[in-house]
Design a protein around this ligand. Structure first.
Ligand SMILES: [Zn+2]
Ligand SMILES: [Zn+2]
Length: 303
């Protein structure tokens, strides 16, 4: 699983930053998360293969998270895209996009599907053969949903030595049972415990995307134990009050969420334009949670 940061700004295109957008790649699948103004440019700049995106996840309808969508949707028409695109978001996106398509006279070459999610609870929004995507209820000024990507369990792998050891060569049924996690029953009735035949299961990777939000217990519950948490860190300690008023978080608060949820690593982003760099964000967050990193634009994060 690879996450590419395409934009990490909240307030404006200042100090070389762009509005929020990320790409998540898992084998042949590519998902886009949020699509602020300039996302298309960032996709080209960082050579992200966004044309293969079939599912796009929007957190909420504030402009800094959606104003890049029309450019992207229209450009895919110019490229004669035919593959359907599904847009997941809290209510309102359909009206925004369909109105723009109508008013601007866009000739669509591919179907758009809209899936409205309930941003007040965590629920399954999408799944394919490899992963599930769950909503994360965020605490913001408008209905806002974070996105939790969880890999699904894979079939177990057989220990090569076990084949000779238990004389399993050609025993298709035994392989099937073992890969599915079951014990194997030999023709003579002997039972081999699954753990004797298979390698330990690979850990299932997970990524949580939380922007925009004030610190929230619901977030902590929903993202518990994820490998990588992206949490907005619009402000530093100095602007704690402003963070509360605007339903955003400071870097320290993001770190407190990460620590309480017991995540592996924390990625910060959505920085206010008043900060020329992210040095203070990082320092303040690392006082609470050591494994904190800045989601620099163009950086890739492997899970
Ligand atoms: Zn925002
Ligand atoms: Zn917002």
């Amino acid at each position: 699983m690879k996450i590419t940061i395409l934009g990490n700004s909240s307030g404006g295109p200042f100090h070389g930053r762009h509005y929020t957008a990320q790409a998540l790649q898992l084998d042949a699948h590519l998902f886009l998360i949020d699509c602020g103004e300039g996302t298309q440019m960032q996709i080209h700049q960082h050579k992200v293969k966004a044309d293969r995106c079939k599912q796009l996840f929007i957190t909420h309808l504030h402009g800094d998270h959606v104003f890049g969508l029309m450019g992207l949707i229209t450009n895919w028409c110019l490229k004669k895209r035919e593959t359907p695109l599904t847009l997941f978001s809290p209510p309102g996106l359909r009206e925004l996009i369909e109105t723009t398509i109508r008013v601007c006279g866009v000739k669509m070459t591919y179907p758009l599907e809209f899936v409205e999610v309930d941003a007040s609870v965590s629920h399954l929004a999408f799944e394919n053969n490899q992963l599930e995507v769950w909503t994360i209820p965020l605490n913001h000024r408008s209905p806002t949903s974070g996105w939790l990507f969880r890999e699904k369990p894979k079939p177990l792998n057989i220990r090569p030595e076990a084949i000779a050891e238990f004389n399993l060569e050609g025993n298709i049924e035994a392989f099937k049972a073992a890969k599915a996690g079951k014990d194997v029953v030999l023709p003579d009735g002997a039972v081999i415990p699954n753990a004797a035949i298979t390698l330990p299961p690979l850990s299932l990777r997970s990524y949580a995307f939380c922007s925009d939000t004030a610190p929230s217990e619901k977030v902590i519950e929903t993202v518990r134990g994820v490998d990588l948490l992206y949490h907005e860190a619009t402000f530093c300690d100095e602007h704690l009050e402003e963070a509360a008023i605007s339903f955003h978080s400071t870097a320290r608060q993001a770190a407190e969420v990460a620590r309480a949820a017991g995540v592996g690593r924390l990625l910060l982003g959505h920085f206010s334009g008043r900060y020329t760099d992210e040095t203070r964000h990082l320092a303040e967050a690392q006082e609470v949670f050591k494994e904190t990193f800045v989601g620099t634009e163009g950086s890739d994060w492997l899970i």
